[in-house]
Write a protein that binds this ligand. Structure first.
Ligand code: PBG
Length: 327
């Protein structure tokens, strides 16, 4: 039945018709907001590379999380900037570390919000790499125990979901085992399963003060040219016990999101990373693009590609826009 009988425009005539036949919807309940916690109290310092995002002490973090919760953002992921860094990242698994303290406060003062944590050493090591160094290389197996200790310390402090982003081989299994041994079989693992060595992390590294002091992360994060390898990484993490798998970054990796979605039945997260955020903020500030329209289109695209959950610095803004659209 070709034209003139077939006319796709018939269903585009009115907003209500378009709503009826819309295939993909974006909801506030899909979103996870990344936040950066720092030592001290009463600290709320703007992050230069991430306009509209802040370094927050635990008390201020609680305020932000409560505001987001009121908007319907019910999940956050916490990154920590420790008081001090050392070769072995000991603040990452210190019981009174900056993330651990923030978790306890959040659990008590902002109940109901799903607390996720980034599990990785790069914010805590003096050299800025994601694991222990042996010479100039990151020692995979020696790093696993420290990641497991970090994950357990987060669980003990109140994390609901731990999210390893280090890209060491075998870390999901080791973390699962350690959590279970310590009585945290109910704590979920969201693995950064297909995490690429990406220039899109630039603004985050400034925000988290986690840029490697030498070299780069290509010895452990994935080559942006590889998609089949992403399926392999995801398969391994699923076999090791991941509850949610993630593709990161999102925008330049929509094909990977789709391929993973077609292959696995676990919930799939995509990380709309700092570089994606910063580009939009910068262009919007110059008046070159319409921030709201661009963000809603981009996040809808990420969902259409197959993501169920989206980690995004835009989470509270999107929650506001979606609420306005409903009113
Ligand atoms: C830490 C980590 C990074 C991001 C999340 N966790 C940086 C990196 O791997 O260098 C990037 C997040 C973003 O760019 O928004 N391992």
């Amino acid at each position: 039945m070709p034209f003139p009988q077939e006319r796709p425009r018939r269903l585009r005539r009115t907003p209500i018709l378009r709503n009826l036949v819309r295939e993909t919807s974006l909801a506030t309940s899909d979103l996870i907001w990344p936040l950066f916690v720092v030592p001290g109290s009463n600290v709320k310092t703007p992050i230069a590379s991430l306009a509209g995002q802040y370094h927050l002490s635990a008390d201020k973090l609680v305020d932000e999380v409560k505001t987001a919760r009121d908007l319907g953002v019910m999940a956050v992921i916490i990154f920590g900037l420790p008081e001090a860094k050392d070769e072995v990242g000991s603040q990452a698994y210190a019981p009174n570390g900056v993330v651990q303290q923030a978790l306890e406060k959040l659990k008590a003062e902002a109940p109901g919000v799903v607390l996720m944590t980034d599990v990785c050493l790069c914010e805590y090591t003096s050299h800025g790499h994601c694991g222990l160094l042996k010479g100039e290389e990151v020692d995979n197996d020696a790093t696993l125990d420290l990641l497991a200790r970090q994950a357990v310390s987060h669980a003990r402090a109140g994390a609901d979901v731990v999210a390893p982003s280090d890209m060491m081989d075998g870390r999901v299994a080791r973390i699962r085992e350690a959590l279970d041994e310590d009585g945290f079989s109910h704590v979920a693992i969201m693995s950064y399963a297909a995490k690429y060595a990406s220039a899109f992390y630039g603004p985050f590294r400034e925000a988290a003060q986690s840029a490697p002091a030498f070299g780069d992360r290509r010895g452990y994060q994935m080559d942006p040219a590889n998609a089949r390898e992403a399926l392999r990484e995801v398969r391994l993490d699923v076999e090791e016990g991941a509850d949610i798998v993630m593709v990161k970054p999102a925008m330049a990796y929509m094909d990977v999101i789709r391929r993973v979605r077609d292959r696995v039945d676990l919930p799939l997260a995509a990380y709309n990373v700092s570089g994606e955020y910063a580009m939009i903020k910068a262009a919007a500030e110059r008046g070159w693009i319409d921030e709201k329209a661009i963000v809603l289109e981009l996040l809808t695209g990420i969902k259409r590609a197959g993501a169920d959950l989206i980690l995004t610095y835009f989470a509270p803004a999107v929650a506001r826009w979606l609420r306005e659209a409903q009113a």
